[in-house]
Structures are given as structure tokens and as C-alpha cells.
Design a protein around this ligand. Structure first.
Ligand SMILES: [Zn+2]
Length: 97
């Protein structure tokens, strides 16, 4: 769906509400249970915890006009850092050998 960070596929727009379960942004894909990150319009990669926090504060993101526009299931490769809190999320399959 998304090949690189910081480059947003304009046509991809998600309804974030669909990925909020019991007030929390889902941390894993429904199918396969892969680690899930969220991408804002400006290209920031955010962890579910941060998205949850902003959701509870009734904002998609502290910077106005920077909504979550896409999901990023982290399938393989190095762990990725959340652009907000800096927490790392491991990929599902680690670095390919
Ligand atoms: Zn975060």
C-alpha cells in the first residue's frame, strides 16, 4: 500500500474511526496480526499509542490539518520509530536474510 515513509499516496484515505476499537487505535492488523503504524497527511509515522492519545483528545494529530490518512502494516525490515514519541515498533518478519 505504502512503499516509503514521507511520501503519501494521495488516493489513500482511511476513515480512522474504523480502526479505533474500544477507544484505542488498533496495534495489529485484523488479519494476520501484523504490527500496525499510522501515517499522517504530512508523512509522519505514528504508533497506535500516539494515535489513541490524539483520538481521545478528539484530534487526529496535534498539528491542525494533519489527519491520519493511511495505515502502515510493518511487515519486514528494521524496526521503525514513531515520529512523535520515538518508540520503536518491530516488523512482523524482521530483516530479510
Ligand atoms: Zn508514538
Amino acid at each position: 500500500m505504502i512503499a516509503t515513509f514521507g511520501r503519501i499516496v494521495e488516493s489513500v484515505t482511511i476513515d480512522l474511526e474504523l480502526f479505533i476499537l474500544n477507544g484505542k487505535a488498533q496495534a495489529h492488523t485484523e488479519q494476520g496480526g501484523y504490527p500496525l503504524m499510522y501515517v499522517s497527511q504530512s508523512g509522519e509515522l505514528l504508533c497506535p499509542d500516539c494515535v489513541t492519545r490524539y483520538w481521545q483528545e478528539d484530534e487526529y494529530h496535534p498539528e491542525e490539518g494533519d489527519p491520519i490518512v493511511a495505515l502502515y502494516p510493518h511487515m519486514e525490515g528494521e524496526a521503525v520509530a514513531c515520529d512523535d514519541c520515538g518508540e520503536y515498533t518491530e516488523s512482523a518478519y524482521d530483516v530479510p536474510v
